[in-house]
Design a protein around this ligand. Structure first.
Ligand code: PHE
Length: 347
């Protein structure tokens, strides 16, 4: 402010300048700066008002009253602007930190059981409903349990049916089927009657193809008692197939051979895709093979500790992935251990 002689006019000019500046301010920092510049202790208006002494005595009261009004007016304008800016800033910060409740959320990925395990549990549930207890036995076996006690002598040609993963330890191997569990169960329960299922992973040193894997689950079944006959085996397995694949589902038994059962059979169920008419899944036979079974061989009963002249029993073994493939229409067994989420997430 140049040192022009003090007057009401120069004060008004100053006030007008201040008000004009004020209307252009939109943030609280600049606003505070404005307040210091004009109305602070050393502010332009404050200083201008103080120069009242430069005026002739008679003009001083009028100037003083006018100066007070000007100061009040500026303070009021300042308060008004401060309120406005505060409201705007509040609005801005609310808009920035706002939660848009209409945005789609992040889906939570749900874990689930592997299709093999889901199928295994369904199978075990059915056997549990029929009074079979689960009996666990080991994955790592000896040649004795996996073969010899099951009536495979050391060079028996039936060993070729099961190419084996051997370990560096002589005669220690990965079980090629769940049948060695029969011997473990019999030796554990003898001489009581038995009704157990033995689930578990089996291993075979085979070429991996759409139909065969080097590892797969089986569920073995074993019943030992006093008057168990082949009709019991047939009836029980037929009932299982109805519960697993639906009431009215046809089954058939074909004669087969296993060293540890006599007589031996394989059970087929009516094709679940074409209902026996013949299609690609059943290779146009109308039937799907799901298990091997038979009456426990007397030598095996004896190896388990049971006198075959008093006791008899039946056994069966089914492939879990094979049944899962039939139930879900899975065309390639390699999907099971491929760990492809696009496959696993469908179950
Ligand atoms: N262990 C046989 C297999 O792996 C299946 C089977 C079990 C057959 C029990 C008869 C009795 O193929």
């Amino acid at each position: 402010m140049p040192d022009s002689p003090q007057s009401i006019e120069t004060l008004d000019q100053l006030a007008a300048q201040a008000l004009a500046e004020l209307t252009g301010i939109s943030d609280s920092q600049t606003l505070e700066h404005w307040h210091t510049t004009y109305l602070g202790r050393k502010g332009k208006v404050t200083l201008a008002v103080r120069r009242v002494g430069e005026l002739p005595k008679e003009e001083r009261p009028a100037f003083g009253q006018h100066a007070n009004r000007v100061k009040q007016q500026l303070e009021a304008a300042y308060e008004e602007r401060a309120r406005l800016i505060k409201a705007q800033e509040m609005e801005r910060s609310l808009a920035e930190g706002a939660v848009d409740v209409t945005l789609p959320g992040h889906p939570v990925l749900r874990g689930r059981l592997h299709p093999s395990i889901q199928t295994l549990r369904r199978i075990l549930q059915i056997w549990a409903d029929m009074g079979f207890q689960v009996y666990r036995s080991r994955d790592v076996e000896t040649d004795e349990y996996n073969f010899q006690l099951l009536n495979f002598p050391p060079h028996h040609p039936a060993r070729d049916m099961q190419d084996t993963f051997y370990t560096t330890q002589p005669d220690v191997l990965l079980r090629t089927h769940t049948s060695p569990g029969q011997i473990h169960a019999m030796r554990a329960y003898c001489p009581q009657p038995i009704r157990v299922v033995l689930p578990g992973m089996c291993y075979r040193y085979e070429q991996i193809t759409a139909r065969s894997e080097i590892q797969f689950h089986q569920v073995e079944g074993l019943a030992v008692g006093y008057h168990i006959r082949f009709t019991d085996l047939k009836g029980t397995l037929t009932d299982f197939a109805q519960r697993m694949f639906g009431a009215g589902r046809k089954t058939r038994f074909r004669a087969s051979y296993f060293p540890f059962t006599e007589p031996s059979a394989e059970m087929d169920v009516e094709c679940i895709l074409c209902h026996g008419k013949g299609c690609r899944l059943c290779k146009y036979t109308g039937w799907l093979e799901i298990l091997g079974c038979g009456m426990v061989h007397p030598v095996v009963l004896q190896n388990g500790g049971y006198d075959p002249t008093i006791y008899s029993g039946y056994a069966f073994g089914m492939g879990v992935e094979r049944i899962a493939m039939l139930c879900y229409g899975i065309e390639d067994i390699r999907y099971f251990w491929g760990n492809d989420l696009r496959f696993l997430e469908q179950f």
